[in-house]
Unconditional design. Structure first.
Length: 743
């Protein structure tokens, strides 16, 4: 018998998780009778049999080389769908067989020799916790467990077929081969270049992230470029985002995020745990995560959120800085980075935009607006808000921890809004539970439900200081919930997956079911009769920035009698999150409404009135409140809109071929009657060129500028070159050009 010790130095010994301690118990695994202490000393009972050379000496069995066949075009990576990763590492998916060749010092004798594979992950590997795996040789593979079998021999070479379970912990494993010959010493062979990178496997039916549609797997796991939607429900804008999950160094950065989270890695086999970790680590408040959020409009010391083209630069900067948060992000940046990390690790994920997204701050599951006796907003009480849009993610997985029927898409939000169990994270919340109002299920279903389906309730202060419900709007939250369509750049409306049709009996039942668990369940009383309705519409696609903005207020009198309405009008510049920045227009008018007629009021906002008040997204909000004199009916609504910005135009000027220089022409027209100053264009494209800047000190009023970018494509296929403009006077300007690169 001989005692063998595994390596105690290397990258795992200096992991940032080293402060986490794990218990370690004795186990009997694969022919081992004893496992002792954290160094995993092993004693193996061997048969007594002499193998001798011509001089009568024993020949030890040693490993001379290991070939994991990890080339990107090799058998393993092609079958495991990891050939797209621009890494030379051995990257595989759990729950699937992989192959390797091992060259020994002499031919292997299965009757007398012993060979074991050891896989260790984390700072203190433990057999009991699944972070230390000992893989024995078996005659026949059974599947869905750790096992290996010799499937081919060639003199001193043996080919092994190795299985892993579909519940294996993901992450980076040290791979060690131990050999023992009869009555001879044991030898352990370790080479860090043979580390194994284990990912989730949506192609394996036994994996909880299994997705049975190949087109959806191609989109939600393998697509490295996507679309993120913004604006409002009437003016939906789209921008291209480079996820870049296969780019060189991104997998290393994603695993670093998990390691830096200081969560026990024995929980990394469960995608529920992993998405909660990522949701928390993509933002920075609790744990110095990837992105620092900033909604102030002042981005000194960092990069404006609208200037990012994708996740690659962010994740590489975070890893290079050893965990210093990257400045700055807002919801679409948090969502884009989350999609990159999830897809990189093998979890099917899509980026989702919810228009008119509510932020409930008091767990009432309603969006509350407080006004005084004169219908003026009480800003000190109005903490709830409705964002013009909010971006989060859906991740696909089974939920064996919940009642049947709650698997599938789960909402996950990395933007830091409210704490979940003391940490800024959100989800995974099952879409089926949100749709039916089952907000008592984990995780964070009440918050997500309020975002997509809360009623907006107006409360008026009484003379004695109490408040009474005066009006409610039941269909103003959660509109046009959008994600990129599978296999195309079209927008896919998935509102029906989050909620029943507005106003339907099922939708009202879901709201009342949910609100029974909220803090204002008493708000649901019998509705009062109403015969005056109000709505606001935009002309065409809405006003362009730099021009006067025109809105139409439509009042309809459904009664057979004349009505008079006292109407209060207020227009404010807003952050897209629904936070008030400045009031730019107020008015009070009396309107006579004829029976069974619609009355239209046109409201015009001159450019000079709003130009100095705009912030990111060029968002404005019209607030209408009033009372019908004859019936005392209360009218109240809020209408968000944005000023449209121009696109950056990208046109290739010559044929695109891998390895050959090419040029594209990029042009932009200033929509403002003012000079733009300190303009920065950010240009990048996966397989085309890394992030690059072009700076203009000034762009004149209504002037058009054109410049040329030269680069050498490195990957064939249809690629996207993305450009954004960063300027304090103009935000959310971007463009994309399709470049067809020939091999």
């Amino acid at each position: 018998m001989s005692a063998v010790k595994g390596p105690t130095t290397g990258r795992f010994a200096t992991s940032r998780l080293s402060s986490v301690s794990f218990g370690f118990g004795d186990d009997e695994v694969g022919g081992y009778n004893e496992l002792r202490d954290a160094k995993v000393e092993k004693r193996v009972m061997m048969r007594f049999l002499h193998v001798e050379d011509d001089a009568g000496k024993e020949l030890p069995l040693k490993v001379q080389s290991i070939d994991l066949m990890k080339d990107k075009s090799g058998e393993n990576r092609m079958k495991h769908r990891t050939h797209l990763y621009q890494n030379d590492n051995f990257i595989i998916r759990r729950g699937q067989t992989f192959q390797m060749w091992i060259t020994l010092s002499r031919p292997f004798d299965a009757h007398t020799d012993m060979l074991y594979l050891h896989l260790k992950t984390g700072p203190v590997p433990s057999v009991g916790k699944g972070t230390y795996v000992i893989v024995p040789l078996v005659e026949n593979l059974k599947g869905n467990c750790w096992e290996a079998a010799v499937v081919e021999k060639d003199d001193k070479r043996i080919k092994l077929s190795v299985n892993s379970p579909a519940t294996a912990i993901i992450g980076r494993y040290q791979f060690i081969v131990e050999t023992t010959s009869p009555n001879g010493p044991s030898f352990s062979t370790y080479d860090h270049t043979n580390d194994i990178y284990m990912l989730f496997n949506p192609w394996s039916k036994d994996d909880t992230v299994y997705l049975d549609d190949e087109e959806e797997r191609q989109e939600y796991v393998l697509n490295d470029v996507g679309r993120i939607y913004y604006g409002n429900e009437y003016q939906i804008g789209a921008r291209t985002w480079n996820y870049g999950q296969f780019d060189s160094g991104i997998l290393t950065a994603c695993l670093y995020i998990l390691e830096k989270s200081r969560t026990p890695n024995y929980g990394w086999g469960n995608p529920v745990n992993v998405v909660r970790i990522i949701s928390a680590m993509v933002n920075s408040p609790n744990d110095s995560g990837v992105l620092a959020g900033n909604w102030s409009g002042n981005y000194t010391g960092g990069k404006s959120p609208t200037a990012w083209n994708g996740s690659i630069e962010i994740l590489k900067q975070y890893y290079a800085s050893k965990g210093s948060p990257v400045k700055y992000g807002q919801c679409w940046v948090f969502g884009g980075v989350t999609t990159t990390v999830m897809r990189c690790l093998g979890i099917p994920t899509r980026t989702v935009t919810n228009f008119r997204s509510a932020h409930d701050t008091d767990v009432s599951l309603t969006t509350d607006v407080y006004v005084d006796e004169n219908m003026e907003p009480l800003n000190n009480l109005n903490h709830d808000s409705i964002w013009n849009f909010h971006v989060w993610n859906d991740c696909w997985m089974a939920r064996p921890d919940l009642p049947d029927g709650n698997g599938g898409w789960q909402a996950v939000d990395s933007t830091p809004q409210e704490e979940s169990n003391g940490i800024y994270c959100c989800g995974p919340a099952p879409l089926t539970a949100i749709r039916s109002g089952q907000v008592y299920l984990k995780y964070d279903c009440p918050f997500v439900f309020a975002e997509v389906n809360s009623d907006k309730i107006y409360w008026q202060r009484n003379a004695n200081g109490t408040y009474r419900k005066i009006y409610s709007e039941n269909s103003v939250v959660g509109c046009n919930i959008s994600t990129k369509a599978v296999g195309s750049d079209e927008r896919n409306d998935i509102t029906h997956m989050y909620k029943h049709p507005e106003g339907s009996e099922q939708e009202r039942m879901a709201v009342e079911t949910a609100c029974r668990f909220g803090s204002k369940a008493h708000a649901y009383a019998s509705p009062t009769a109403e015969d005056i309705s109000v709505k606001v519409v935009l002309e065409g696609e809405g006003p362009k920035i730099g021009s006067d903005a025109v809105l139409c207020i439509k009042l309809y009198n459904s009664s057979s009698e004349k009505r008079n309405v006292s109407l209060y009008i207020q227009v404010a510049a807003m952050y897209y999150t629904g936070v008030h920045k400045a009031t730019i227009h107020k008015d009070h008018i009396d309107v006579d409404l004829k029976p069974k007629k619609e009355t239209i009021i046109q409201l015009t906002l001159p450019y000079d009135l709003y130009k100095d008040q705009l912030v990111d997204q060029a968002a404005l909000m019209l607030t209408l409140s009033g009372r019908v004199k004859e019936t005392q009916q209360v009218l109240a609504t809020q209408f968000s809109f944005r000023l449209r910005t121009p696109d950056i135009i990208i046109k290739p000027t010559r044929r695109a071929v891998v390895g050959r220089k090419m040029e594209v022409e990029i042009s932009f027209t200033n929509p403002l009657p003012d000079v733009l100053k300190d303009v920065v264009f950010n240009v990048e494209g996966i397989g085309l060129q890394s992030a690059h800047k072009k700076i203009y000190r000034e762009i004149g009023s209504h002037a058009t500028i054109t410049f040329t970018e030269e680069f050498t494509p490195t990957l064939a296929g249809t690629k996207k070159l993305v450009a954004t403009l960063d300027c304090s006077q103009l935000t959310q300007v971007h463009g994309v050009g399709d470049i067809i690169v020939e091999a």
